[in-house]
Design a protein around this ligand. Structure first.
Ligand code: RFL
Ligand code: PHB
Length: 391
């Protein structure tokens, strides 16, 4: 079998890339190691930038998103018992949207399959051959049988734990990595959100985030020690911690309900450079991850493949390969901007395990500097709502 672009991974990056290529008449196939129900129910991101929503709409995959997403004009930062709203719509004329990643993935799978783009589930890529030749191949396992696909190009969209990065020679990449001394315990709750906007809470006991999935489902996160076992967190302990970290006296109350999921996620910043070796391109989490405090991961995955699809289009329509050479550098500018923002939001809002009282007071002072200044709020808003996507 031969396709123009072999895509590894049916996450947001792989599915959007397949769609963008299809719209330009470029053939692709997606190999996904997990089953369709698994990827359609995997709870991860929730916050989409305007540019991501626009891209989903422009590619004809936004029908349900437009009906069900929750637009947000601002966010609230809570610290030292005070509430501070950052009104992004007023400051920079842009907003953000809540729509579960697994819902976006469901929509993207349906549209791709309806258009005839082949997606092979439970097909695990194991290795690539000839990525620096004219005709690379993907070796994969499907139904217990090993198979190969020949492609012109390979797009490694297989996330942080995928195999695509291994397609680079060891000396051909440099990794930039930083682990954080804490993780997040994420829960899904059958209860209306505690507030109609996201609440980012700085507290001496640790960070807490109140977000949502719908008017009846809340998504909440607590800073916990790294490698924490979610089984150490009884429902009572979880609610007690949210009450303490939200605090009282500012008109907000924790909206409790049945907890339907508990999971601990690690916090890490990682970038590999460059994102291309020969005919293999990395996009999304396979090339970089950010701590979720800035809500950038899925948005970056979509912006990477938007750039990559333009490079494939230039090549297949006009024989122009120059955008392949520019791909890595073009993406990395945005990626490092998001890395800085995610690190900054994380450092600003979390309590380090070895924090001195000095550090906590310094963080509060920094939060006051940001929220007390239009320039400070604007800087936060521009980064949080995301720079416009390259068109
Ligand atoms: P994905 O989504 O990990 O998809 C990769 C796919 O590849 C498959 N795969 C393979 N397939 C074939 N062969 C192999 N050898 C394979 N190995 C792996 C996997 O099964 C999977 O289906 O990567 P992609 O497409 O790059 O998308 C990245 C996003 O998923 C990620 O950045 C976001 O979830 C990050 N993130 C957030 N991003 C946002 O933009 N806004 C948010 O609000 C936000 N919140 C979050 C988040 C991530 C979180 N966790 C769980 C880390 C909140 C959390 C808690
Ligand atoms: C989410 O809704 O899951 C979410 C929102 C904002 C973040 C992280 C996660 O910063």
């Amino acid at each position: 079998m031969h396709v123009q672009v072999g895509i590894v991974g049916a996450g947001p990056a792989g599915l959007m890339l397949a769609r963008l290529l299809h719209l330009q008449g470029i053939s692709s196939i997606i190999l996904e190691s997990r089953s369709r129900p698994y990827v359609e129910t995997r709870v991860r991101a929730g916050l989409l930038e305007q540019g991501s929503v626009d891209l989903i709409n422009e590619t004809g995959m936004g029908d349900r998103l437009r009906r069900e997403c929750l637009p947000h004009d601002g966010i609230e930062l809570l610290f030292n018992g005070e509430r501070h709203r950052v009104n992004m719509q007023e400051l920079i004329g842009r907003r953000v949207y809540i729509y579960g990643q697994q819902e976006a993935v469901k929509d993207m799978i349906a549209v791709n399959l309806a258009a005839g783009v082949p997606i092979h589930f439970e097909a695990e890529a194991v290795a690539f051959e000839g990525v620096d030749s004219e005709r690379p191949t993907i070796r994969y396992r499907h139904g217990g049988v090993e198979k190969t696909i020949a492609c012109d190009y390979i797009a490694g969209c297989d996330g942080f734990h995928g195999v695509s990065r291994n397609g680079f020679p060891a000396s051909g990449r440099k990794d930039y990595d930083r682990a954080y001394p804490f993780g997040w315990l994420g829960i899904l709750v059958d209860a209306p959100p505690s507030h109609d906007e996201l609440l980012y809470c700085h507290h001496e006991r640790g960070f807490a985030l109140f977000t949502m999935r719908s008017p009846t489902v809340s998504r909440l996160y607590l800073q916990v020690p790294p490698d924490e076992d979610e089984n150490n967190w009884s429902d009572d302990r979880i609610w007690s911690e949210f009450h303490q970290r939200l605090g009282t006296g500012h008109g907000l109350k924790v909206s409790e309900g049945r907890i339907t999921q508990k999971v601990v996620v690690e916090m890490r910043s990682y970038v590999t450079e460059p994102m291309r070796f020969g005919r293999l391109f990395l996009a999304g989490d396979s090339a970089h991850i950010v701590p979720p405090t800035g809500a950038k991961g899925m948005n970056l995955a979509l912006s990477d493949v938007n750039v990559l699809a333009k490079a494939f289009t230039a090549f297949y329509k006009r024989g122009d390969a120059s955008l392949f050479d520019a791909y890595s550098e073009k993406c990395l500018r945005r990626i490092w901007g998001a890395q800085h923002f995610s690190w900054w939001m994380t450092s600003l809002l979390h309590t380090m395990p070895d924090a001195l009282s000095f550090d906590v007071r310094r963080q509060i002072a920094e939060l006051r500097t940001i929220t007390g200044s239009i320039a400070g709020q604007t800087l936060l808003a521009e980064n949080y709502a995301g720079l416009p996507m390259e068109m």
